[in-house]
Every structure is written in structure tokens, then in C-alpha cells.
Design a binder for this molecule. Structure first.
Ligand code: XIL
Length: 458
């Protein structure tokens, strides 16, 4: 029987709708953002400052990947002090919101809102570098109290401004977490000592020197004060210590970090987590080296150690760079390197996100077209999951494979009723930890109270 024209049109329309729905589902299954949501995790990226400042110049591949793939953003540079406080304020010891260049924050929030992304990490309140030049000129003449007054009032101003964004009823974007201080533990002093005393000298790690805040002799008191200032300005903000080279349990820098944050926990200083930057090196052109299974075990132990302190571990700046055949930014790598990079991406993402106290994994960029690596580490590149044309690399598949293997939110809820957290020996953390912090044998509940309440923004 011949069907009527109207009936044929209806069938075509239903077929088209079915196709669109199927495409939507396929999309939902394949973007990192959609996958991560089913597992209750955040997968994010930093945003290049060029495109925060000049959105019109953003290539369409950059925009669509940014919008489709990630559910948390961080500004690669735009939230640093050189950007937010470029000019000398009237009273540097009592910074006001009016002293800040808040436009940078507004633009970042607008980018997130346009892309339907509800979560923004703040990076970084206090850092020795990318500080305004007026500060690096003035601060060496200040007393310890003046430096502390400057830092705490700056934090209060920035966090209070962000709180007004977070609290706005119609603003589905939240700056939910800040790196309160970045990279204050330093190994270079150890290297200098080593050079001076010969290679047999033991390496030592300490608080960084050569900073604009060198005038503060009691660094731990300074760090305590700035975390307290952040918590006072917004009790719902998650507060993080962020650094590189602290990823592997047992290394001197990781030990120092655990002592430092363990001491803060035992003194009741507000801190929710530690940002593990994770700027890793992948396989060399012969296919050797890179992130090994023994690295994965040490990485996992760091999360366990943080968990025992009630802290989260957040992967804040992940990339895995490859040695290229040239020192120019266009240097090439082998297809074997890219395939192995994919395996190592999978191992790293699986190790991190399978930890109950790892709520988020943030990449330091997503395309090899915009990565800090070729500039910071000449002779290396290809560190990110999308190539220069925004095509997915094996590294992208590594991330999706790892996320797919994670338990769903529901499975996690069910298993958390029966599992206990691993035990970490208090002795390995050294003197700064009070025995009582760890004496229970089991780790405490991860310090992700604020994160749980933020899941609606995913
Ligand atoms: C880097 C940016 O990627 C570069 O664009 C900038 O020139 C220097 O800073 N650790 C951090 C990041 O905490 O802020 C750094 O970002 C990379 C290392």
C-alpha cells in the first residue's frame, strides 16, 4: 500500500530525530567531560591567555574542543598576581578589591559560562614568579609583618571578589578552589649545595629562597596565615597547596611537602588538598623511559599519604612531554613515542582518578598548538592529548580508557560502605606530624566536603 506524503514525512522526521539522539548519545559517551561526569570526577584544562584576552582570535578547533571536552577550567596565566594586581596600590598593606584588575576574572567566568562549564580552579594567589614588577621592587624593603599584611589582604580582596561571583544566584559558575601558594618548596638550594660540596653531598630541600617574600623568616607561620586569610574570606572555598616534583612518595620533596601539610593539619590550619602538577616526561625516541609502573605505585602512595591526613590530591597541570628530533617548536616525534605516550597517559589518569581523594585531573592545555613545553623545555613537545590540528592522539584514548574503567558514582557509593582506606605509617612523615593525626590506623575521610556539595556544577 502506498503511504501518504504526510506519513512519509513523519517517518523521515522520526528517523532524523532518532539519528540526532543517537549522535547525542555517541557524543555523551565519547567526550571526556561526559565520561567524567558519570564517574563524579572533574577533567579540566588550562586556557591560554591569548584567547582569554582576545576571544575573537580563538580558532574554531580550540573553541569546540574546549567547550565539548572539559568540565573544569583554570587560567594558564590570567589569575596570577602580575595580571590581577599589575599596578602599585595606594596602600600595599591593605589591598582593596578596587586595586585589582578584576576584568581578567570576569572574562574567564564568561568563557566558562558560554561553554556551560560550571567549575573554575583559581591559580595561584601567592607565587614567587609572575609577580608584578612594582612588588618585586618594593617587597625587599618590607618587614615580615608588612609582607604578611600585603599577602593576606591581597588574598582577602581576590577571594572576596570571587565569592561575589560564586554567591550570585543566577551565576552557574563557581571558582571553587584556589592554589593559595604555589611552589614554595625548593630543590634548587639543594642543587647549589650539592655543587658546592661535590656530588656526594646529600641533597636537602627547604622553603624557597630568592622570592619577593624572603623577608619572612618564619615561612610556616606565613603559610598558615595566608591559608587562614583565604578561609576567612570564603569559608566554602577549597584551599590547595600546589607544587611540582612532589608526585612520587619517598622523594625528598614529597616528604617535605607531607611534613609541611601534615603540620598544617595538626595545627588546625585550613587546607583541603595538595595540587600535584604532574609535568611528566614520556618515552624517548628509542621508546625507552617515561612513566613506569613503579612510578605509578609511588604516585598512588602519595595519594594514600594525603588521604591519611584527610587531604585530597588534585592533578593540577598534567602534561607528558616527548623528546623531539629538533629544538624548534615543530620538532617531530615517532609514532612509537605517541603510542607509548597513550599507554602512559592511561596509567597516569587511571592511577590518579581511581583514588577516592582525587576529585580532579586538569591538563596544562589540551592541544600541542598551545603548550608551554616547547618554550620551557626546548627539544621537547607533543605533550598534550590533541595534536596541533585538534585531532585526538593516542593520549586522548588513554584518558578515555582510564575513565571508562573507573567505578560509576553509584558503584562508589555502594563500595564506600564496605571498604576501608589504606594505612600509611606515621613515621615516614617525620617529626611534624602529631601521632594523633594518624593513630587510628585507617586513613580519615578525604577532605572533600566542599567538593561533594559542588557536584551540581559538573
Ligand atoms: C606557565 C605558563 O604555562 C606559561 O605560559 C608562563 O609563561 C609561565 O608559567 N607551574 C605553574 C604554572 O604553576 O603556572 C606554570 O605556567 C607552569 C609551571
Amino acid at each position: 500500500m502506498m503511504r501518504s506524503r504526510a506519513s512519509r514525512q513523519l517517518s523521515i522526521w522520526i528517523w532524523c530525530c532518532a539519528c540526532l539522539l543517537a549522535m547525542g548519545n555517541a557524543e555523551a559517551q565519547t567526550t571526556l567531560r561526559a565520561l567524567a561526569k558519570t564517574k563524579g570526577k572533574l577533567v579540566g584544562t588550562s586556557l591560554s591567555s591569548n584567547y582569554i584576552d582576545n576571544p575573537a582570535s580563538m580558532p574554531s578547533g580550540y573553541q569546540s574542543t574546549l567547550a565539548n571536552e572539559f568540565n573544569v577550567y583554570v587560567a594558564e596565566n590570567s589569575f596570577k598576581m602580575s595580571e590581577l594586581l599589575p599596578n602599585a596600590p595606594a596602600n600595599p598593606f591593605d589591598i582593596q578589591i578596587s586595586d585589582l584588575s578584576t576584568a581578567k576574572i570576569d572574562i574567564m567566568v564568561a568563557r566558562a559560562r558560554e561553554n556551560g562549564v560550571g567549575m573554575i580552579r583559581g591559580h595561584a594567589l601567592i607565587w614567587h614568579t609572575q609577580a608584578p614588577s612594582w612588588l618585586t621592587t618594593s617587597a625587599p624593603g618590607w618587614t615580615a609583618d608588612q609582607i604578611t599584611a600585603f599577602a593576606t589582604s591581597y588574598i582577602k580582596a581576590v577571594v572576596t571578589y570571587c565569592k561575589t561571583i560564586n554567591d550570585a544566584v543566577d551565576a552557574p559558575v563557581r571558582i571553587y578552589e584556589w592554589d593559595v601558594i604555589n611552589e614554595t618548596i625548593d630543590k634548587s638550594k639543594a642543587r647549589a649545595k650539592k655543587r658546592a660540596r661535590g656530588s656526594a653531598a646529600k641533597s636537602s630541600i627547604g622553603y624557597r629562597t630568592g622570592t619577593w617574600y624572603d623577608g619572612v623568616a618564619d615561612r610556616q607561620a606565613f603559610i598558615d596565615a595566608i591559608f587562614r586569610a583565604a578561609r576567612n574570606a570564603d569559608p566554602n572555598l577549597r584551599l590547595v597547596y600546589n607544587d611540582y616534583g612532589i608526585e612520587f612518595y619517598g622523594s625528598p620533596k614529597c616528604n617535605f611537602m607531607l611534613n609541611m601539610v601534615g603540620g598544617m593539619v595538626s595545627r588546625g590550619v585550613p587546607i583541603d588538598g595538595v595540587g600535584l602538577q604532574c609535568h611528566f616526561i614520556g618515552p624517548d625516541p628509542s621508546g625507552a623511559g617515561g612513566f613506569s609502573s613503579s612510578d605509578a605505585r609511588k604516585f598512588e602512595q602519595t595519594f594514600a599519604a594525603l588521604r591519611a591526613l584527610g587531604l585530597d590530591g588534585i592533578v593540577t597541570e598534567f602534561d607528558l612531554r616527548l623528546q623531539t628530533d629538533s629544538t624548534t617548536i615543530e620538532g617531530n616525534v615517532t609514532s612509537q613515542q605517541l603510542a607509548l605516550q597513550g599507554d602512559q597517559y592511561r596509567l597516569i589518569v587511571a592511577t590518579a582518578l581511581s583514588q577516592p581523594n582525587c576529585p580532579a585531573l586538569v591538563l596544562w592545555g589540551f592541544t600541542d598548538a598551545h603548550s608551554w613545553i616547547p618554550w620551557a623545555c626546548p627539544g621537547y613537545g607533543h605533550a598534550l592529548p590533541f595534536d596541533r590540528s585538534y585531532a585526538k592522539k593516542p593520549a586522548y584514548e588513554g584518558i578515555t580508557t582510564a575513565i571508562k574503567a573507573l567505578p560509576t558514582v553509584e558503584e562508589n557509593k555502594a563500595s564506600s560502605l564496605t571498604t576501608t582506606l589504606p594505612t600509611v605509617s606515621a613515621m615516614t612523615f617525620g617529626q611534624a606530624l602529631s601521632n594523633s593525626t594518624l593513630s587510628g590506623g585507617e586513613g580519615s575521610v578525604p577532605g572533600s566536603f566542599a567538593f561533594e556539595t559542588l557536584k551540581e556544577f559538573l
